[in-house]
Design a protein around this ligand. Sequence first.
Ligand code: IFM
Length: 770
Amino acid sequence: MEGEVVWVVERKEYHPVENLVYETIFTLANGYLSLRGREEFSNLTMKGSYVAGIFDKYLAQVTELVNLPDPLGFKIYLDNKELNLDYLPLTKYYRYLDMKQGILNSLYEFNVEGKIIRIESRRFVSRPNIHRFGIQYTITPVNFSGKIVVENCIDTTTYNGYLDPHNKIQHYRVLRVEDLKPGVSASVKTHDKGHIIVLANAILAKDHKGENVLRYRKFRQIGDIPQEGYTIFLTEGQQVVIEKYGVVYTSRDLESEKLKDKDVVDFVREKVENELNNFIRTGFESELKAHTEHMESVWKRMDILIDGDELAQQGIRFNLFHLYACAPDDQRVSIGARGLHGEGYKGHVFWDTEIFMFPFFLYTLPEYAKNLLLYRYNTLDGARKNAQMNGYKGAQFPWESADDGLEVTPKWGEDYLGNPVRIWTGDEEFHINADIAVALVHYHSVTGDDQFMVDYGVEVLLETGRFWASRLEYNEIKDRYEIRRVIGPDEFHEHVDNNVYTNYLAKWNLEKAVEYYEWLSEKDPIKLEKLKTILGITEKEVRSWKTLAEKVYIPRKEGEKLIEQFEGYFGLKEYEITEWDENGLPKWPKGLDLTKLGETKLIKQPDVVMLLLVLPEEFTEEEMKVNYEYYEKRTMHKSSLSPSMYSIMGLKVGDTHNAYKYFMKTLLVDLEDNQGNTNNGFHAASAGGAWQCVVYGFGGMTLESDKLLNFSPWLPEKWQSVNFKINYRGIPLDVLIKKDSIQITSPSEVELKIKGERKIVKPGENIFRL
Ligand code: IFM
C-alpha cells in the first residue's frame, strides 16, 4: 500500500532563496522546544528557536513569542575555509524530513579546491525528554587526508523580526556565557517578564574505532557568543562521527520551586548542566531510539492512510506531524496560529486552536485536547480582566492570546497595499468566546469526562455566558437583543451589526451555560455552591440568560434559506471572481479598491458557512447547499483557514469536484507555499482543517445530537480506501473506508451509526456495506 512508503518530505536542490520556506517545513518541535529547520552551513537563514510560553513585550507593539539564542551553531573549516553552502561548490546536496521517526536528515558534499568532504547529519528534538535535542554529523574525507577545525557555539545575537526588519527587537539580555569544559552555555533574561533561559551544548567525536578525535580545544567568547573550537585529523575514506548534545531550560519550567531572582539563574543553570551530563550519559543513539519509539507509538494513534493518492498521503502526514509537534504537555500554553515554527502572528493563539485544530486532538490524542482547554481555564483571570476593562461582565477571552489571557492583538498593522491600518479584531471579534464554549461541550460529548466539566468546564461556560449576557444590547422597539459593532469570521467587514455567526453562537453559549448550570446542580451540588460563591453568581442571574437567549436576534428571514451574513450585507456591491492565480486561489477582481473591501460582498473566509459547520444540527441540507453556493462564489480565501471548510461543506452538499480541490489546497498550504507566507511559520489551523476534511468530509463523520458517531462517507475516484483512528469515549476505533464498505475495528462494543442507521460494533472487526 502506497501509504506505507510516503513518510518523507525532500529538498533535492539547494537554492538559498527557498531557505526560509524549508526552515518552516523542516522545523522540529516537541510541544516545548522548537528549532526551525535551518541550514547550519549557510548564513542566509533565519535563526529561530522558541520555547512555548516564553513571551515578552519590551519595546514591541505587543507581547510576542521570544526568539531565543540559537543553539544550532556549528561550523566546519577545511584548510581554514568555512564549509558554506552559499559560496562553495557542492557536489551533492539532499535533505529530507523523516516524519515517521521525527528526524531531519541532510547530506552535503563540498568541493574545497579539489578536496571532497562529505557531511551527513541527523537532527532530532526529543519528545520523551522535552529539554533535549541532538545532532549527529558523520564526516567523510572522500579523497584526502588532512585536518579540519570544528566550532560549536550558541549565538546570543538573535532577535525577533527577521521578516519584519522595521520591527527588529532582541527580547533578552545576556546574563552569562560559560565554558563548561567541555561544552558551552548561555544564560539570558527577557526584558519585561524576566524569564531566564539557559541553553547548553557539548560535542563528542569518535573515529571508526570509537576513539575520541577532538584535539586542541579552545574556548573563546566573541562578544556574547560562547564558542569552543577543536581540531580533528582525518584519514582519507575514514568516517568520523560528531555528536552534538543540546539542552534548554527556562525559569518558567521551575516556577513551582519559588526561588529568589538571583538563585533562579544558578538553579536553572545547574539544572541544565545536570541534564546535559545525563543526556551525554544516555548517549545520542539511546535518546534517539527513545524518541523514534515514541513517534512510532504516536503514529499508531494518529496516522491516516490514503490508498491511491500519494500526494494526499504525504500531505496529510505532513500536517499531522507538525500538529503533533505543537502539542503541549504544559497546561499553561496552547498552540499559536503558526505553531512553534516561526514568528507569524507573534506566537499568538486564536480561535484557530478551538475550531480548527482541536477536533484532531480530541478524536486522536484527547489528553492534548484537555491541555488546550486547560490553557483557557488557566487564563480565565486575564479574560476576566479584559471583560472588566471593556465594561462587560464574566470573562472575555482575547481575540489574540499569549501567556496570561489578556488581549494582545496589535492595534496597528498593514493593509493589502502596505499602508498602516488600524486592526479592529481585538476590539470586535467576540466570537472567540463562544468558539471556546463549543470546544468544551464537544470535549465533554466525545470523552464523557464529567470530572473535567465539574472541575473546569462549567466555570468557563458560566463566565462566557455571563460575558454574552452583558454584551447583548436590547432593542426596545423590536423587543430583541442585538450585538452591534462586531467582526465575524470574515474580517473584510468591520463594525457590522448582528453578524449571524456571532449572534447564533452567543445564543448557543447562553443556552449551554444554563444547561450546564443545571447539570452541575444534579451532578455535584456542593461544587456548584462553591462556584456560585467564587463567581458571585446567582441562580436568578443564570436563569435570566434563558430569556436573553430566546430573544437574541438571528438575522434570518422567515422561510428563506439564504442567510444574510450580517445586517445590510445583501445591499453591498457585487464583484465577480473571474480569475485565479497559479495556486488556484482567486485573484482580486479588476477595478476593486483594496482599501474598501468592506463595501463589497467579497468575503475573506467562510462566515455563514462556518456557522453551518460548527452547529450543523441547527440547519437542513438544503440550507447548507443554498448558502454554500452563494458564499463560495464570493470568497477570496485570503486566510488559510478558508479552503478546508469549503471542502467539508462541498462534500456535504455534493460539490465533490471543488471539495477535492479545496482539500488539496489545504494539505499543501505549506508544502507548496500557496499562501506565500510559509516562511513565517506552519499553518496550524489549516492542518487541523486537513484532518477535518478527511474525517468529517470524506469520512462523513458527524457527532449526532444523541452523541453517537455517524459515518456517511464519500471517496474521490482515485482513492481505494482511507483509514483513520477515532478515540470515542476512550475507545480507540480503527475506521477503514472503501468505496462500498466501512470496516470498524474496536476493542469493545460500541454503538454508532452508518448513514444514519444505528449499528452495534462488536469487539474485533465489523464490516458494514455501504
Ligand atoms: O484566526 C485567523 C483569522 O480567522 C483570519 N486571520 C488570521 C487569523 C490567524 O490564523
